[in-house]
Design a protein around this ligand. Structure first.
Ligand code: GRF
Length: 200
């Protein structure tokens, strides 16, 4: 299965996905990495592994659909079958979602539907929850609203800062995202309404 990864930042999830592919823990390979930020370290991580890495400059496109059109063209060029958003800081357009229905995944650093949006870790901490975690879900047209594939819980400690909590959440993410992609690659995820039934 050809995986396309979209990332804006450091790309540690990308790294975990690439390494899991190398170890045969995902029945697939990363075919292309796309970023909306030229300085994203994710691009360097991909290049280091010899994986095509493309910076797609949002400034070069008149709106979100035009940008996503260029992204989809790239993904098609590399025959991508599943798209993994890994710290991609742009909301994908309905057009993008329609092009890859239930074939786009995202990882979110909280237990959805709690604390969606870009500050999931900080929001959970500020709210005072005792347990947070991470969620891999399919992407629909809403913000972090698509069907949940896998979740992992992480305990919130009294002396946690956003950084320390995020660090422990990250550890779970590196396990969870490769597993979700492998389940998908092996056809083990069945969607029943909003529910993802895992056949293992
Ligand atoms: C992760 O915590 C993920 O949950 C969120 O963005 C972060 C990306 O981190 N969507 P990285 O770029 O993979 O290191």
């Amino acid at each position: 299965m050809n995986i396309g990864v979209l990332a804006s930042g450091s790309g540690t999830n990308l790294q975990a996905i690439m390494e899991a592919c190398e170890k045969g823990e995902i029945a697939g390979r990363v075919a292309v990495v796309i970023s909306d930020r030229e300085e994203a370290f994710a691009l360097k991580r991909a290049a280091k592994k010899g994986i095509p890495a493309h910076f797609l400059n949002p400034k070069g496109y008149k709106d979100r659909e035009a940008y996503d059109g260029a992204a989809v063209a790239l993904l098609q060029e590399y025959r991508v079958e599943v798209v993994a958003l890994a710290g991609f800081m742009r909301l994908v357009s309905p057009y993008f979602v329609r092009m890859y229905p239930n074939k786009i995944m995202n990882i979110h650093p909280a237990l959805l539907p709690a604390f969606p949006g870009t500050h999931g870790v900080e929001d959970a901490l500020a709210y005072g929850v005792k347990v947070s975690g991470c969620t891999v879900h399919f992407v629909d047209e809403g913000l972090d609203t698509g069907p949940i594939i896998l979740q992992a819980a992480v305990e919130v400690k009294d002396d946690d800062t956003a950084e320390s909590l995020h660090q422990r959440i990250h550890k779970e993410e590196y396990r969870l995202y490769p597993r979700a992609l492998d389940l998908f690659a092996r056809g083990k995820i069945q969607l029943e309404g909003r529910r993802c039934i895992i056949h293992e």
